[in-house]
Design a protein around this ligand. Structure first.
Ligand code: CS2
Length: 491
């Protein structure tokens, strides 16, 4: 079967939107580390909209872990389809903004050389929470992380994303080239500052003068990124192939909604505001709103929903008790902590989120969201809980989210089947769970001692412990659905 590529693009049926610029005339201005589905449904689409008027801002992507994206996109000359889906239908569009994908493991020199060249003015990242090799509770570099240990010993052949940034910046410093802007697009709190402190610490361990240059000249704008992007399935691939009349090995399914808020602190950039991004000096409040409302709800739905047997977020939204729980979590517990935002804006944001979660065409698996909970909990639920505790206010639903995570990482569901728990701390968490058995208190004590998640403060907090253990006992004794029903009834 014909495959989507530069040569076959003209044969794509009318009705599928195509790049509106001459791809052979665009050049790369951005290197993107972590060329996963999210980036291709988000930033790459904004850049696709930019290229007609700003042809020197295309993207070269790099995959740091697996070569699968490169292998799929290479025969397609970087072209792929995004299928925007909701109840009203599917809208396919071919994206052309990614010129090339490099595999960091086998093409490291080529990648570092490109990152060091003056033509690259932005290096952006979606390497997921764990890709920052940091301590999620404090945001500081984890010097004991195996990839960081490797990169400290072998700075010229780095493996980690922070190590790649530092080596490329070092080469620019040595060559007298102005630095690129580092733009994190991951769901971390203050992602610019967090990245800056990690990169700066690594740079300092490399060379003091170089670290001064980094501190003085490198921009690390924070961003808030938002678009729901489920993993692509074989059925999705078949659907897109049918729509295109030719094969696309790596299409992306996503929703109509998209949002990008960027801290307006750097000059060498394309006019992102012309293609729908919001440039602002106050990105933190958007980030916090999104992490606490969208992602906090997502994680809570993921753990509870998975255990209750709901495969997709839209299934969870079909259960009225779960909807009440999530509505209450946002309205009563998260929104009051977002004091810099107007209440009516927040209520509208909440309602829009509930609508997005309901999207029946988006097969967003609870298992997918459940991944890497140890890296996600701090910014999604624990920060909100800290604020509630400090204000002396209740946080019952948030505590249920944390308890559901603890129940989930035990690795056995309510039917006695194994759960495929994916998390950098999975081995440690499962050992803790094996020791605790179904003793809720022992499980809590074991898990809360992971201070890289809970910090020293929550580990020692009696009110936090009481709230989580009460829910955990209930999850073990009466199960998820009955626990959720009891919690929503009590309000
Ligand atoms: C999700 C996010 O997988 C997850 O953890 O909560 O990927 C979420 O879909 C995005 O942040 C939406 O912008």
């Amino acid at each position: 079967m014909t495959r989507l590529s530069a040569a076959t693009l003209a044969k794509v049926p009318a009705g599928v939107r195509l790049p509106d610029y001459d791809r052979s005339a665009v050049t790369a201005g951005i290197v993107h580390l972590g060329i996963g589905a999210f980036h291709r449904a988000h930033m790459a689409v904004y850049v696709d909209d930019l290229l007609k008027d700003n042809p020197d801002w295309a993207i070269v992507g790099a995959s740091l872990r697996r070569p699968d994206t490169k292998e799929a996109l290479e025969p397609q000359d970087g072209l792929y389809t995004i299928a925007v889906r909701d109840a009203a239908g599917t809208h396919p569009r071919v994206i052309g903004s990614i010129l090339k994908v490099l595999d960091a493991n086998t093409q490291r020199e080529e990648l570092l050389d490109l990152m060091a060249s003056p033509q690259i003015r932005i290096v952006s990242l979606t390497v997921t929470e764990k890709g920052y090799c940091h301590d999620p509770a404090t945001g500081k570099l984890d010097r004991g992380h195996p990839d960081i240990v490797h990169d400290l010993a072998n700075p010229e052949t780095p493996r980690s994303a922070p190590g790649m940034l530092v080596e490329a910046l070092y080469r620019r410093w040595e060559a007298g080239t102005v630095p690129f802007t580092v733009m994190s697009c991951d769901n971390l709190p203050s992602n610019g500052e967090t990245t800056a402190s990690i990169v700066f610490e690594l740079a300092l361990l490399r060379n003091v003068d170089f670290s001064d240059w980094v501190a003085e000249l490198v921009n690390f704008p924070s961003t808030m990124v938002d678009r729901i992007v489920p993993s692509t399935t074989d059925a999705d691939r078949a659907m897109v192939t049918e729509l295109l009349g030719m094969e696309d090995a790596w299409p992306i399914m996503t929703e109509p909604f998209t949002q990008w808020v960027i801290q307006d602190s750097f000059e060498s950039r394309p006019p992102f505001e012309n293609v729908g991004a919001t440039m602002t000096r106050h990105v933190e409040q958007f980030e916090r709103m999104k992490l606490r409302m969208l992602n906090g709800s997502h994680s809570t739905m993921a753990y509870l929903g998975y255990l209750a047997g709901y495969e997709y977020v839209s299934d969870v939204m079909g259960d009225p008790d779960f909807v009440k729980l999530i509505h209450g979590l946002m309205t009563e517990e998260a929104m009051p902590t977002l004091i810099t935002l107007r209440k009516d804006n927040l209520a509208a944001y909440r309602d829009e989120l509930l609508e997005r979660f309901r999207n029946p065409a988006l097969k967003h698996r609870t298992w997918q969201i459940a991944m890497d909970g140890s890296q996600k909990l701090p910014q999604r639920l624990l920060g909100t809980i800290r604020d509630r505790l400090a204000a002396g206010q209740p946080f019952e639903r948030l505590a249920l989210g944390v308890a559901a995570w603890m129940r989930y990482v035990v690795g056995i569901d309510e039917k006695g089947d194994n759960i495929d728990v994916r998390d950098p701390l999975a081995m440690r968490m499962m050992a803790i769970a094996a020791e605790a058995g179904d003793d809720a208190e022992a499980l809590y004590i074991g898990l809360v001692a992971l201070t890289e998640i809970f910090g020293g403060d929550l580990s020692d907090n009696q009110a936090f412990g009481d709230a989580v253990v009460t829910h955990l006992e209930s999850l073990f004794e009466i199960g998820v659905k009955a626990t959720v029903a009891e919690v929503v009834e009590s309000h």
